[in-house]
Design a protein around this ligand. Structure first.
Ligand SMILES: C[S@@+](CC[C@H](N)C(=O)[O-])C[C@H]1O[C@@H](n2cnc3c(N)ncnc32)[C@H](O)[C@@H]1O
Length: 451
């Protein structure tokens, strides 16, 4: 057994270093795009399967292929438009032009006739890459979203529709939140100088880490400082949403849809572990990673995990009517995160929006029973679709007595005055967006229980 170790290390190094040619990476990306289209499956699953069946590909290859695939999905409709065809190969070629800015000769040079390379460019493809443009493309094509969500988005974005959709089709930045339980941003910066991060525009503990031309950032999750809990990977919009929840030391706070704990950790950090923080989620599997994350970051929270099946009971029943702040980071379509999850926009169906709205009804009703008179519900989504934001609250306020909206402008002026000119204020809350705040499309509203 002992003799096998050095051999394994050498083999691993070879596997890591194995590099496919750029052409072979394009072939692989086309294969993965075809799999996603044929089986309507998440991109991450298709990429994982490709990696498993092509073990000779190194980690650099896999990351580069993922980057090609995600770029192509971000621009799927507009790429197909300029190429006059929506086959995976055309979508990839179009995205090399639209998303990566490569000119036709550079794309032709990529498609050499070597082994594993895609077929060379046809004469028609070359013309399309040289001359195709989006001047006459309808908004859903130029903005790369499914046609059916356009009216929803337009009702929020109005004349900003196209600039916002274009921003939503770009690559997302890589943001981290420095953990104030360990040190302030200023104290942490010297130890993180190698990441070359810049302070985020609005979030006081945020740092934006540069990503390479290929869309890849450093492997933060293996950095020693990450493992020591100095920071969490968290979009600035999510950091801002937690700040706009205004958690205070001394309060009892329930994070009702805690999932993996992104908001829980931020809330604990903001209150200096001074609140009684209870994290729960309907789905025990989604909640499971929170234990390790709490440990790493030194955040204090009581985790209430529901049992599944017959033994299922309401694990928060003892808190009914007593909670100062219930944070509802609601299940939603994630339409504000399409920069990060571009495959999700093409899988979204009207029926899934209806399902999410039904779930939002359930979580809001549960939150209403938890909150004490004078306490608050903080409703958060990462969606730009008004039906699951103001719309969900219209329905809630219509069926629930005793709650009033806390004006979002007042909350912003108190907590993050610098944000006031950038967000959109809506009927009940506020909306962040890629074009206006440079963040994912988070929505936040505060409701107070008056009686
Ligand atoms: C947007 S995710 C939460 C993300 C998490 N708060 C974070 O910051 O990492 C929404 C969560 O709501 C949970 N959920 C859905 N229906 C629920 C319900 N009725 N009660 C509690 N949680 C629910 C889902 O399991 C999912 O984890």
């Amino acid at each position: 057994m002992r003799e096998a170790w050095p051999f394994r290390d050498v083999l691993n190094r070879i596997l890591e270093e194995t590099t496919l040619t750029p052409a072979a990476r394009c072939s692989a990306a086309i294969e993965v795009l075809a799999d996603i289209a044929a089986r309507r499956r998440p991109a991450a699953d298709a990429l994982k399967d490709w990696g498993l069946s092509h073990r000779f590909a190194g980690s650099g290859d896999r990351a580069a292929i993922a980057s090609l695939v995600y770029d192509a999905l971000r621009r799927r409709a507009s790429s197909a438009w300029i190429m006059g065809d929506d086959a995976p190969r055309s979508v990839l070629l179009g995205s090399l032009r639209l998303q990566q800015g490569l000119a036709a000769p550079s794309i032709a040079a990529l498609l050499t006739a070597e082994r594993f390379a895609p077929e060379p460019l046809s004469a028609e493809e070359r013309v399309r890459l040289e001359q195709g443009d989006l001047a006459d493309a309808p908004p859903a094509i130029a903005g790369d979203v499914p046609e059916w969500v356009l009216p929803e988005l337009e009702s929020l974005l109005g004349t900003d529709l196209l600039p916002e959709l274009k921003a939503l089709a770009r690559r997302a930045p890589l943001d981290i939140r420095l953990n104030a339980l360990k040190q302030s941003r200023d104290e942490a910066l010297p130890g993180l100088a190698h990441l070359a991060g810049e302070p985020t525009p609005f979030a006081p503990q945020g740092l934006r880490i540069p990503i390479g031309a290929d869309g890849r950032g450093p492997a933060l999750h293996v950095e020693p400082e990450f493992l020591d809990g100095w920071y969490e990977i968290q979009d600035e919009g999510s950091q801002l949403a937690a700040l706009l929840a205004e958690p205070r030391a001394g309060e009892t706070i329930v994070d009702l849809c805690a999932g993996g704990g992104g908001k829980t950790l931020a809330l604990a950090s903001q209150t200096g572990n001074g609140a009684r923080l209870i994290a729960s989620d309907d789905d025990p599997r989604r909640l499971a990673p929170i234990h390790e994350r709490l440990r790493r970051s030194g955040a204090a929270a009581e985790v209430r995990t529901p049992r599944t099946g017959r033994a299922r009971a309401d694990v928060l029943a003892d808190l009914d009517g007593t909670v100062d702040r219930v944070v509802v980071d609601a299940p939603c379509t994630g339409a504000g995160t399409w920069r990060r999850n571009p495959d999700a926009k093409w899988r979204l169906r009207p029926g899934s929006l209806e399902t999410r709205i039904a779930e939002q009804t359930a979580v809001l009703d549960r939150a209403a029973r938890l909150v004490r008179p004078g306490g608050r519900i903080v409703y958060i989504t990462c969606s730009l679709l008004p039906r699951e934001n103001d719309g969900a609250l219209d329905a809630f306020l219509g069926r629930t007595k005793g709650f009033a909206v806390v004006p979002a402008r007042d909350v912003v002026e108190r907590v993050l005055p610098g944000l006031a000119d950038s967000v959109r204020f809506t009927r009940h809350g506020l909306q962040m967006s890629p074009a206006r705040t440079g963040t994912d499309g988070f929505y936040v509203a505060n409701l107070e229980r008056r009686s």
